[in-house]
Design a protein around this ligand. Structure first.
Ligand code: MGD
Ligand code: MGD
Ligand code: SF4
Ligand code: MO
Length: 753
């Protein structure tokens, strides 16, 4: 499959949810040359600085090349695939028989660019009777999803490329990207006197430096800032009354609460000048179009769900929906949240939102003698022992499991707790795709073809899951034979045979991805069998968005599936018209339901809410996990990928540095309720006094060529606590960790005296 060196092969960057299209020249399994793919319909040739460093992911010296089984002394021995698959399938079947399949928890299912594995996991889990799951979305986006579900039953995105006013709330897109061609769009906004940018962030980020209105909110005080902004819209009569009357319900109750907001007082509480708040609100109200992006700055801070509720007032009250450059609902190729997936976790009764339990409660759901505790886990493409709050508690919990299986490309912190580790092929060695398809009016799906064969010893996830399913023996292979035959005759014949087979045995539909992999998979072009599950999703897309799909040029589900298989640089799968935003609202009246009584009670309660979490013992607010130029979650373990900030510096304000005796480049000790760590100091004018910041993705160990292990920087979740979490969604407050910072020299001197 490896082509001649001069051939540019299309694929995508896997380091953030944008999945920009790239073209690559492969030499000796190296990603030798990389540049943006101009043919990719969403990124159109754009990449940020990180894509060019992807070979550090592909050629990671610490790759796994064999299934591993843990020995009683905690070390690992390589075992062959057949043994691993048999023992793992037997092990889970035994857990299901002894305790019930619902005691098996699935965590992960995809990182920033690889969601096919998660698609296939469902069949194995269903066959076992396992239905509980969690992943990183339950440490960030579940609160927003809860609000979205009430408002319109769907997910929205801003159309920043065309917005007159762009609002970023706890979001630094210059560094963290998250929408197509982010830096190009930010530069265009900054250059155009007719357009404005509003940034709500305590840090003078690269994005904030470009802003027309930087609301430099005190950390954790966004609820007061956002309530004041919405309050101005109501009090100064800046709402779009026609839009509200036609398209929104529950407005009066909301208006009443917002009209009571003491704007001046809340401005003081959040640390932003009242006049700046008023000007920003007026600019938003005057704009022809407004798009808003909320992210971790509020989603991982106190009052996070309330802040999700309030920031959406900025575009709903001003009618910035269903028109160019505004906020939109969008089509989905595969939903990231399970529709209607609400409930409570078995042990702690924490909220399950969109089918996901909070990452934060996973340890408590294991570390107990409660009869319904989880006994076993499968972790796929995620590193919760490093990425979930309070790593120490996570590790203690994982040590209690009767069976833990990890599927990863590397021997991660989580893998090192597992009974079995299964080595996956990398995202450049197999067919892969992202389900982060979030754009409107044009939405894109990109099936990436493998650039090279899997490294010997590794397997793509679709094959891993199929082998586990076969070992369970949950499906009678004779039922699949007619489907296999039909698949050889083409998609139309397959469609008929499929409908007949599922009609005769609806059980097949429950393990659909497996059935498709086993029947349609072998008939697909070489290397693409892992794309079989997309056939089902293409049919669903055709049923859900028939007009938008046809506008994108696909006659039916089979035509869409074929276009996906053939379109190596990605395809547009839906083209919507702006008016259709309303049809994407799932409420029967197709109106936005603005009133959420709990949220309105919380807005009222802000008047008497306590100031914050800091104390004399822990006086500084630490944001643990900032996105920087060379951070990419836990995806690249080799530290040499970084061209600067190799230590992941602790950023502190000049005022704090002076008061604490910290020097630039010196060392500091950070102490929180959960742990202690040491970091290199960077004194930065970007930070407010009382606020410090550490990057994400550090504290991963890596064995270098010389055999020595390095672990640069601080693992952020050595310092975070799982108990500090949102009341509605259970999402953690990673950006708001009360901390004490001492100069290491000073601490030593103090200890000596
Ligand atoms: N370079 C890089 N890009 C990435 C990633 C990566 O690892 N590295 N990860 C991707 C992922 S998984 C995600 S979820 C996104 C996240 O993207 P972002 O949410 O943009 O990333 P962060 O830097 O974690 O946090 C955003 C901002 O929140 C601010 N903040 C901290 N405390 C507060 C507060 O109290 N209020 C407000 N309003 N703001 C506050 C910080 O100063 C920071 O600028 O990035 C994606 N992109
Ligand atoms: N303190 C603090 N904690 C945080 C955050 C924070 O800001 N602060 N941010 C949170 C957020 S927003 C997120 S999204 C999470 C992310 O945390 P996780 O969900 O743990 O995801 P990643 O860190 O992206 O880890 C991805 C894993 O997938 C593996 N991998 C890469 N490619 C493949 C593949 O093809 N197949 C398989 N099977 N595995 C592969 C990598 O080796 C890595 O171990 O972290 C969260 N944790
Ligand atoms: S924006 Fe994201 S996907 Fe695009 S090149 Fe940068 S890290 Fe990769
Ligand atoms: Mo994330």
């Amino acid at each position: 499959m490896t082509g001649p060196a001069t051939e540019w092969q299309p694929t995508a960057c896997i380091l953030c949810e944008c999945n920009c299209g790239i073209v690559v020249q492969v030499e000796d399994r190296r990603l030798a040359r990389i540049r943006g793919d101009k043919e990719h319909p969403a990124s159109r040739g754009y990449t940020c600085n990180k894509a060019l460093r992807l070979d550090h992911y592909q050629n990671n010296r610490n790759r796994l090349t064999s299934p591993m089984r843990r020995l009683p002394d905690g070390s690992y021995e390589p075992i062959d695939w057949d043994t691993a698959v048999r023992e793992i399938a037997d092990g889970f079947a035994q857990i299901a028989a002894d305790h019930g399949g619902d005691k098996i928890l699935y965590y992960g299912g995809g990182g920033q660019g690889n969601h096919l594995g998660g698609a296939y996991s469902g069949a194995f889990l269903k066959a076992l009777g396992s239905h509980h799951r969690s992943n990183a979305l339950a440490q960030e986006k579940t609160g927003e999803h809860w609000v979205d579900a009430h408002f319109y039953g769907n997910h929205t995105r801003g159309e920043f490329e065309h917005a007159e006013v762009s609002v970023f709330v706890g979001k630094n897109p210059w560094m963290s990207q998250s929408f197509p061609r982010a830096r190009v769009v930010l530069n265009e906004i900054a250059k155009d006197p007719g357009r404005s940018m509003v940034v709500i962030d305590p840090v003078l980020t690269d994005t904030a430096k470009m802003a027309d209105f930087h609301l430099r909110v005190r950390p954790g005080a966004d609820a007061w800032c956002l309530a004041a902004l919405a309050g101005v819209l109501v009090r100064e009569k800046l709402c779009d009354e026609r839009f509200l009357a036609e398209h929104v319900t529950g407005v009066d109750a909301v208006r009443q609460v917002l009209a009571e907001v003491p704007i001046g007082e809340y401005a003081v509480r959040c640390g932003v000048e009242e006049e700046l708040i008023r000007k920003a609100a007026r600019r938003i109200a005057a704009a022809g179009s407004v798009a808003v992006f909320e992210d971790l700055g509020i989603q991982q801070s106190p009052n996070s769900t309330l802040c999700s509720y309030l920031n959406k007032m900025l575009w709903i009250l001003t009618g910035n929906f269903a028109k160019r450059g505004s906020q939109h609902l969008h089509s989905s190729f595969a939903p990231l949240f399970r529709p209607g997936g609400v409930g409570r976790t078995p042990v702690t009764g924490a909220p399950i939102i969109g089918g996901l339990m909070p990452s934060n409660v996973v340890p408590e759901e294991i570390l107990t003698d409660h009869p319904d505790r989880f006994r076993a886990m499968i972790v796929e493409s995620s590193n919760p022992a490093h990425s979930v709050a309070d790593s120490d508690a996570v590790r203690r919990a994982f040590a209690e499991l009767e069976l833990l299986v990890v599927i990863d490309v590397a021997m991660t912190e989580t893998a090192r707790m597992a009974h079995y580790v299964l080595p996956a092929a990398t995202q450049f060695e197999k067919v892969e795709a992202t389900f982060f398809n979030l754009e409107f009016p044009h939405n894109t799906f990109h099936l990436r073809h493998p650039l090279m064969e899997p490294l010997p010893g590794t397997l793509p996830e679709p094959e891993i899951w199929a082998r586990l399913m076969r070992a369970l023996g949950a499906v009678d292979d004779s039922e699949l034979i007619p489907l296999r035959r039909a698949a050889d005759q083409g998609l139309a014949a397959f469609t008929d045979a499929f409908l007949a087979a599922v009609g005769a045995n609806p059980g097949l539909g429950k393990v659909l991805p497996f059935v498709l992999y086993e029947t349609l998979g072998p008939a697909l072009p070489e290397g693409l069998s892992g794309a079989a599950a997309l056939w089902g999703l293409a049919q669903k897309t055709a049923m859900t968005y028939p007009d938008a799909m046809r506008r994108a040029g696909h006659a039916d589900g089979n035509a869409l599936f074929t276009a996906i298989l053939e379109g190596k640089s990605g395809v547009t799968f839906t083209v919507h018209e702006y008016e259709e935003d309303f049809a994407l609202i799932t409420h029967p009246d197709r109106r936005i339901a603005l009133e959420i009584p709990e949220m309105l009670a919380d807005v009222r309660a802000l008047a008497d809410a306590p100031a914050g979490l800091t104390s004399p013992e822990f006086p500084i607010v630490l944001s643990a996990g900032e996105r920087r130029a060379f951070t990419a979650n836990d995806i690249i373990r080799d530290p040499s990928w970084r061209q600067r900030d190799s230590d992941g510096a602790l950023r502190v304000s000049p005022q704090d540095a002076e008061a604490l005796g910290l020097v630039d480049g010196g060392r500091a000790r950070i102490t929180t309720a959960a742990g202690v760590a040491e970091a290199t100091v960077e004194i930065s004018e970007a930070m407010l006094p009382g606020h410090a910041s550490l990057p994400n993705g550090f504290g991963l160990d890596f064995a270098g060529a010389d055999g020595t292990t390095q672990t640069p920087g601080v693992a952020p979740n050595a310092l975070t606590s799982s108990a500090w979490r949102d009341a509605y969604a259970g999402t953690p407050w990673h950006k708001h960790v009360p901390a004490r910072i001492d100069s290491v020299a000073g601490a030593l001197a103090g200890a000596a005296s």
